[in-house]
Design a binder for this molecule. Sequence first.
Ligand code: ZN
Length: 250
Amino acid sequence: MLGLSAAAAGAAFSRPLDAMNPEKPELPEKKLKILVAGAHPDDPETGCGGTILRYTQAGHDVTAFYLTRGEAGIPGKTHEEAAKIRTAELREACKIMKAKPVFGGQIDGDTVVDRSQYELVLAMIKNENPDIIFTHWPVDTHRDHRACSILIYDAWLAQGMKAALYYFEVDAGGQTQTFHPTDYCDITPVIQKKHEACFVHKSQKIKEETYPEFHTKMERFRGLEYGCDYAEAFVRHSRSIEGWIPPKMI
Ligand SMILES: [Zn+2]
């Protein structure tokens, strides 16, 4: 939502405004298009899956962009075999989140940031024409996460910063680093569905390994910061317009 004043929002909507963000109305003025861009299958889900569900349950359109298909992500499998398995997993996750998957065509572990990739990602963003973009925070130990972040950032600049730009975190501390959130989304109402979407990535042993070690702690810690049980956290680019983020469930 862009530009609706708190007073107008109060007149338009009978339910209370988000207590933590009194300037943000509970509902946007129109159906929004959201783009969530990650480097690998499972990045949009683990970093942003609860927020994606909050958007789609509110009737907005979400596209999940996967820069790679996780080709290098299954020990003992060829790139082709792994890509096939992981594409099936992400499609299942997108079905649960009601998001549309789109692919960047790069190779896991070997991502490239060059003129042609800048152009491809810009073309994708022009085609999707999102109101709000979420992507990796660029200070991250994984090269592919950094590549995705920089490609999306460049496209955002090339489009005149017309969408709102937020960064999400993955495996905070382990991968995402020096991340200090400016915005939050209460994912308490959708936490089980988010976990369903994450745990279909069986090839990554997310349920057994990554989730208890990183993501459960992140969701609870960000929930403590925001004042709810579970939250996802974001950094809004300081030059970005403010996007509508589903408000806290009071
Ligand atoms: Zn990743």
